[in-house]
Design a protein. Structure first.
Lengths: 479, 85
């Protein structure tokens, strides 16, 4: 169901359907009510005893009523036990279900490594075999497009709609996760690296799959003159006082700026101040503003996406680091990070850089599976199972985090009027609202942990930052 | 009516009010707090779950029946005492 949340967390995992949790909650309430009724029956029973009724020469029905009250008390104890037992069983079943699901996922990963190696070993011949056909098709489209631009646009629009439908599925996301996670095997096999050595490399360098694929993309991009990194500079900033920190996940997500708006800010930093306390900072980072491969003035672009997959140093990463410096963040400042899409990747890189004192992190739809967050940083990672953007981050390796998953378009038609609908912010907002209304213990505890960052602080200032790339090329980011 | 009957009548009337209130609470809880049979489960698990829900329902029904009987008999005892004049 589209309203079903799947929550996994550090202390084991539990599949949470609304139905399972709601039923367990109802049964707990029933057990509480049975216990309360039993206690009140006990008090009623003491109004008068059998002996008292006998002495008072009460009618026989009064004594029979006493026996009924005794019976009702026994049944209330039975009801409380039965309801609690079934509730406990429901929660245990949820944990068991998740265990099986994780087992299947592990098997899938093992298989993916093998498939990656297989594809890599045949990749060179596959490329040689398909290149002429692909080149011919591209040339045909280009020629026809030049002769008939309107027809070309319709062709691409139709293909785009179909692609959007195909890509918005759990199957597509799973395939992409497999492909990304096993990309190192494929690339190393193509380079004729023996399988045991490739496995050893994967074992000692976590996240190798994504990083190798991204480095390959940057290498190929350099040849084509795209995906080029540049320095960035602060173009605009604005501050205003706000009332308080977010108290719900939906409110938190809504505070992330929209970089896609004209002159939209990419970063918002909220400064929390209180007497005799050092300031603390909540950093909100936007998602991608453009998918163009050519480097322009916008740092939240494809080049940054690819460079983020390699490590620190992208335009968007450097922008956030500059914004934090402008805001007064030091290595000792307590910082909370919240990001969406590319912003989530930047937030994860900042948390894993070890340069900051990170209180907690919330990630929405970010390709961060292979970015190793520090185990001591509490994190909430929200991903849609039919969203390919988080899948591009490979399998989720941050098992210490609370991971919330939802299939956004389960049982619903996939809209074709916008690209990657399961990645859209409004769908993540719906997930956020479901999280806020969830009673899953790990989730409520994680939300409390996030909210504890801003509780009780008296003065909050929100500052927006907009960055632009500068014309000159950047030196290769140091990694 | 003798003072003893009057005191007993007062106690039984209080008992009847309490039982009526508790019966109403239990009926309300039975209607709103017991899950329905679920489409989520399959096979043996579904049978086990449905049986468990049925058992909870049956126990709640037994509680309601015991309370209803206690109410009815208390009510009859109140009528008998009141008719002693």
């Amino acid at each position: 169901m589209a309203e079903e949340l799947v929550v996994t967390g550090p202390s084991g995992s539990s599949v949470v359907t609304d139905e399972l949790l709601e039923n367990a909650y109802l049964l707990d309430k029933l057990a509480d009510e049975a216990a309360a009724i039993g206690a009140e029956l006990n008090a009623t029973d003491r109004l008068i005893s059998m002996y008292g009724l006998d002495v008072a020469n009460a009618p026989a029905n009064a004594a029979r009523a006493e026996l009924d009250i005794d019976q009702a008390q026994i049944v209330m104890v039975q009801l409380e036990l039965a309801a609690r037992g079934v509730s406990f069983g429901l929660k245990a079943a949820a944990d068991g279900y998740s265990f099986v699901e994780q087992l299947i996922s592990v098997w899938g990963r093992e298989a993916a490594g093998g498939v990656g190696g297989l594809i890599g070993s045949i990749l060179p011949s596959l490329v040689m075999a398909t290149l002429p056909a692909a080149a011919g098709a591209a040339a045909g489209i280009a020629t026809a497009g030049a002769a008939n631009p309107a027809g070309r646009d319709r062709l691409f629009a139709g293909a785009g709609r179909e692609a959007s439908r195909m890509l918005t599925s759990t199957a597509a996301s799973t395939m992409i996760r497999h492909a990304v996670s096993s990309a190192d095997n494929a690339i190393l096999a193509a380079l004729r690296v023996p399988a045991p050595a490739a496995r050893a490399l994967g074992d000692v360098v976590p996240g190798t799959g994504l990083s190798l694929a991204a480095r390959s993309a940057v290498g190929a991009g350099a040849l084509a003159g795209v995906l080029r990194e540049t320095p960035v500079m602060l173009a605009d900033t604005e501050s205003r006082a706000i009332d308080a920190g977010p108290t719900t996940i939906a409110e938190r997500l809504n505070r992330i700026p929209s970089s896609a708006e004209v002159h939209g800010a990419q970063v918002v930093i909220e400064k929390y101040s209180a007497p005799f306390q050092p300031d603390r900072f909540a950093v909100y980072v936007a998602g991608s503003a453009t998918a163009a491969a050519e480097t322009g003035t916008e740092p939240w672009d494809l080049a940054s996406n690819v460079h983020n997959a390699i490590g620190v140093g992208s335009g968007s990463y450097e922008s956030v680091v500059q914004a934090m410096k402008e805001a007064g963040v030091t290595s000792d400042s307590v910082v909370q990070l919240t990001g969406y899409s590319q912003g989530a990747a930047v937030a994860a890189l900042i948390a894993s850089s070890g340069e900051y004192n990170v209180h907690s992190l919330a990630s929405f739809g970010g390709p961060i599976g292979q970015m190793n967050l520090p185990a001591e940083v509490p994190a909430v990672i929200v991903e849609h199972r039919d969203d390919i953007i988080p899948a591009l981050g490979g399998y989720q390796s941050n098992h210490h985090a609370v991971i919330v998953e939802r299939e956004a378009f389960a049982g619903r038609d996939v809209p074709t009027d916008r690209p990657l609908p399961a990645h859209q912010l409004d769908e993540y907002l719906e997930t956020a609202r479901l999280m806020d209304s969830s009673r899953e213990a790990r989730l409520t505890s994680a939300i409390e942990q996030l909210n504890s960052f801003s509780g009780g602080w008296t003065s909050v200032t929100a500052t927006t930052y907009r960055f632009e790339r500068t014309a000159e090329s950047a030196a290769s980011p140091s990694r | 009516m003798s003072p003893v009957d009057a005191a007993t009548l007062q106690i039984l009337e209080t008992q009847l009010r309490e039982l009526t209130m508790l019966h109403s609470r239990l009926v309300h809880a039975r209607a709103g707090l017991i899950p329905r049979h679920s489409q989520w489960w399959r096979g043996t698990a579904r049978g086990a779950y449905d049986s468990a829900v049925d058992a909870v329902e049956g126990t709640a029904d037994a509680g309601i029946a015991a309370l209803r009987s206690a109410m009815m008999r208390t009510g009859q005892a109140v009528s008998t005492l009141a008719s002693r004049g």
